[in-house]
Design a protein around this ligand. Structure first.
Ligand code: ATP
Ligand code: MG
Length: 314
C-alpha cells in the first residue's frame, strides 16, 4: 500500500462550553483536544488503514504528548514529529457564536509549529512516501513551505501522486510566499479537494463552474468539491457526479473537511469508484460534525462502513 505523508501544524484546541462572543471574561472551557487540520486529516487516514506519516513539531509538554499519543495510537507514523525542548505546543482557543461564526485565540506562529522544517527524520519519511497531501492553510511558515516543496519535488520525481486541500481563509493570503507556494502545489496536483468557492482563488474564470473545467484543463486529474451540508461533487473531465450529504445534526463542524478528504484519498489510492468513494467521504464528514471536538469525530473503516450501510438502509 502507498504511504502518504503530510506536513503541517499540530495544536491543541480548547473550547468554550457555552456559545457567545470571545474570551473577555472568565468562562467555562473544555479541552485540550488534539487538533490542527493536517493532524485531523492524517488521523482519519490512518484509521482508514492507509500507511501514513506526519512531519510536524510540538513542545516537550503535555499538549504535545497528547497529540503524539493520539496519532500513534490511531496508526500514524509519528517518527518525524519533532519534540522541541525550547518551544511550546501550538494552541487554539475557540468559542462559537450563536450565529455559527467562531472567535479564536491562536498560538501557532510563535509555537513549536514555527520550528517545523526538513529534519533528517522528515527527509526519511518523505523518502518512504508515495503520496503527498498538502493542506494549503499550513503554508504560512517558511519552514513548512520549504519542506512541502521539497517533498513535492521528490515524490513527483519518483512517480508518486499529490492531493491538495487549500483550506484557505482570505486573511491568510497576505502571508509572503503563500500565493506562490499554492500555485506551485496546484501545478503538480493529481487530486484537488477544495471547498466550493475556493476554486475561484485558483482560476481567472469568474464562476465556480468554469473554474473547475479550467483547472482540469491545466492537468489536475480529479477535483472533489466539498459542499458542506449539501454534499460533494466529483469531476475528472469524463465523469461528473454529485452525492448528497447524510442528514445529521451538526454539533461541531470543525474537522469535517479533513475527515472527508482523508477518506476520499484512501478510496482514491485504493481504486474505489468515485460514487462509492464520495458516499463514504460524506459519511466521514457526517460522523465528524456529529461529535464535539476537532479530532474526536474521526472514524475507522469499520465504523464508517457501519454508518454508511445503516444510513443507506434507513
Ligand atoms: P472545514 O475546513 O471547516 O473542515 P470544509 O469546507 O473543508 O470544512 P465541508 O464542505 O464543510 O468542508 O465539509 C466536508 C464534508 O463533510 C461535506 O462535503 C459533507 O459531506 C460533510 N458535512 C459537512 N457539514 C455537514 C452537515 N452539516 N451535515 C452532514 N454532512 C456534512
Ligand atoms: Mg476545510
Amino acid at each position: 500500500m502507498i504511504k502518504v505523508v503530510t506536513i503541517g501544524e499540530i495544536v491543541v484546541e480548547i473550547m468554550a462550553v457555552a456559545p457567545g462572543k470571545g474570551f473577555r471574561e472568565p468562562i467555562e472551557l473544555v479541552g485540550p483536544y488534539p487538533s490542527g487540520a493536517p493532524a485531523i486529516f492524517i488521523d482519519q487516514l490512518a484509521k482508514q488503514g492507509q500507511p501514513c506519516a506526519m512531519v510536524s513539531c510540538v513542545g516537550n509538554d503535555d499538549f504535545g504528548w497528547l497529540n503524539i499519543e493520539r496519532l500513534r495510537q490511531d496508526g500514524v507514523d509519528v517518527s518525524a514529529i519533532r519534540v522541541h525542548e525550547d518551544a511550546v505546543t501550538g494552541s487554539a482557543f475557540v468559542r462559537y457564536r450563536t450565529d455559527g461564526q467562531r472567535d479564536f485565540v491562536f498560538n501557532i506562529k510563535h509555537s513549536a509549529n514555527g520550528q517545523i522544517g526538513l529534519t533528517e527524520a522528515a527527509k526519511a519519511v518523505i523518502a518512504s512516501a508515495g503520496h503527498l497531501h498538502v493542506m494549503g492553510s499550513s503554508l504560512v511558515s517558511a519552514g513548512i513551505i520549504e519542506a512541502v516543496l521539497f517533498a513535492l519535488e521528490q515524490i513527483k520525481a519518483r512517480g508518486g501522486t499529490v492531493s491538495f486541500d487549500p483550506n484557505i481563509r482570505k486573511e491568510m493570503l497576505g502571508f509572503v510566499g503563500l500565493r506562490e507556494a499554492l500555485d506551485k502545489v496546484l501545478a503538480q496536483t493529481d487530486l484537488f479537494m477544495p471547498s466550493g468557492s475556493e476554486v475561484l482563488l485558483f482560476s481567472q474564470e469568474s464562476s465556480e463552474e468554469t473554474a473547475v473545467w479550467d483547472i482540469l484543463a491545466r492537468g489536475v486529474r480529479a477535483i472533489v468539491l466539498k459542499q458542506g451540508a449539501a454534499g460533494a461533487r466529483y469531476l475528472d473531465g469524463k465523469d461528473d457526479l454529485f452525492v448528497p450529504a447524510f442528514a445529521v445534526e451538526e454539533i461541531d463542524p470543525t474537522g469535517a473537511g479533513d475527515a472527508f478528504g482523508a477518506t476520499f484519498l484512501a478510496g482514491w489510492l485504493g481504486g474505489l469508484d468515485a460514487e462509492t468513494n464520495l458516499r463514504r467521504a460524506n459519511g466521514a464528514g457526517a460522523l465528524a460534525v456529529g461529535r464535539k471536538g476537532p479530532m474526536e469525530g474521526t472514524s475507522t473503516r469499520a465504523e464508517l462502513d457501519a454508518f454508511v450501510s445503516q444510513q443507506v438502509a434507513a
